[in-house]
Design a protein around this ligand. Structure first.
Ligand code: QAP
Ligand code: CO
Length: 153
């Protein structure tokens, strides 16, 4: 396990479209382990692979509410419903916050680290986090979607 450097806004890699994972191998497991360690150290609740410079469709989430770490490989948001506004931040846009509209509920289909498919129905903060992290895989940052002012904490 190793901490990885988190890229910050302005880095071109954050604007690229990530490619699907093809091999559910030890390299993927190392990436997922490193991403979790890096997210926890930075006190984040979600981290996507492009944020550590790896252009693959992978993200990790731990809302810190006791539900634990969730790993998503090749995620697809297959349904989305309603609207909620949440004041978001991002480890790649440190210190900046703003209100973003996201689906109130969504369904995400993904694979775990062993290549087993799963489906998650997410609401509230989990829906925000999945939508936010999924955007990173397409080069989109929350600041692109802020409704109103982007504010420095
Ligand atoms: C994405 O964001 C997210 O600026 C994850 O100084 C955001 O973990 C999902 C963080 C909101 C759902 C709701 C940001 C930590 C962490 C900072 C994060 C900072 C320290 C952001
Ligand atoms: Co982010």
């Amino acid at each position: 396990m190793a901490l990885r450097a988190i890229l910050v806004d302005g880095d071109d890699l954050l604007r690229k479209t990530s490619k699907p994972v093809e091999h559910f191998d030890a390299r993927l497991h190392d990436l997922l382990d490193d991403m979790a360690q890096t997210m926890y150290k930075a006190r984040g609740i979600g981290l996507a692979a492009p944020q550590v410079g790896v252009l693959r469709r992978v993200f990790v989430v731990d809302l810190g509410d006791g539900t634990g770490l969730r790993e998503f490989v090749n995620p697809v948001i297959s349904a989305a419903l309603g609207d909620q506004v949440y004041e978001e931040g991002c480890l790649s846009v440190p210190g900046w916050y703003g209100n973003v509209h996201r689906p109130a509920r969504l369904t995400v289909e993904a694979w775990d680290r062993h290549g087993r498919p799963f489906r998650l129905d997410a609401a509230d903060l989990m829906a925000v986090c999945v939508s936010h992290e999924n955007d990173h895989l397409d080069g989109v940052l929350f600041k692109d979607k802020v409704d109103g002012e982007l504010v420095k904490l």
